[in-house]
Every structure is written in C-alpha cells, then in structure tokens.
Design a protein around this ligand. Sequence first.
Ligand code: CU
Length: 131
Amino acid sequence: MNFFAKAALAATLFALFDPHAAMAAASDYIFEPVTSEVRNGPGSEIAVKLIHKPSGKPVEGAIIIRTRLDMSPDSMEAMTTTLEPMTETTPGIYKFKADFTMAGGWALKLQAKVQGEPETVQGIVVFTAKQ
Ligand SMILES: [Cu+2]
C-alpha cells in the first residue's frame, strides 16, 4: 500500500470510529414551544426554544433558514400564513410574529443551522391559536 492509500484508509477508519462523529446528529436537537397557547390574529408573538437533548442546554445563535406555518394539526395543511422572525433576545429562544387567520392548531415547521452541526436541524412545533 502506498502512502496515499494508507492515508485514505486511516481517514476512513477515523470517520468510522470517531465517537463524536458517530454521536453528533441533527436529531440531538429539539424545538419546543415556550407557550403552546397563543393569541389568534395578526402580529401574534410566538416563541420556540431550541434544546441540545444530550446536555439539556439551550442552543443560542442558531440560524433559522426556513419556516412554514400551516394548519396541518387541524387537517388544513394547505392553509398557511406569514411569519416574521424577531431578534433573539434570550439565548436559545427564537421569537416570531405570526399572522394567524383562524383559531385552532398551527404547526411551525423549522429548519435551522447550528454551530458545529453539519446537518440541518429540523423541527415541528404545534401551537394553538385562541380567540
Ligand atoms: Cu384553518
């Protein structure tokens, strides 16, 4: 085996047996509602916290790259509405202003980039909009 073949083999073995590489995954993270009952109507504030499950710690500085807010919990997946991200004022808490158009169950679907995690973190948080 030449040097390059050995180096490639070593890199493969390292990737296979590196315990951190094996354990770190997007599934280590979970989005949870801060309060699941929210006010129905335009400009309603909703908030989610992002938790690193193995440590139980909030994850700050995540970049929310994609959101969708729809009524899939009430079998109205096609019914979507707009939402606007707000500044992260409490570390690990991500707030949005949502324009709810109907009382009931709404699912906030999120995709986020977390520092040190190559995979995209995904989550679904269900809120109930009440009159
Ligand atoms: Cu609806």
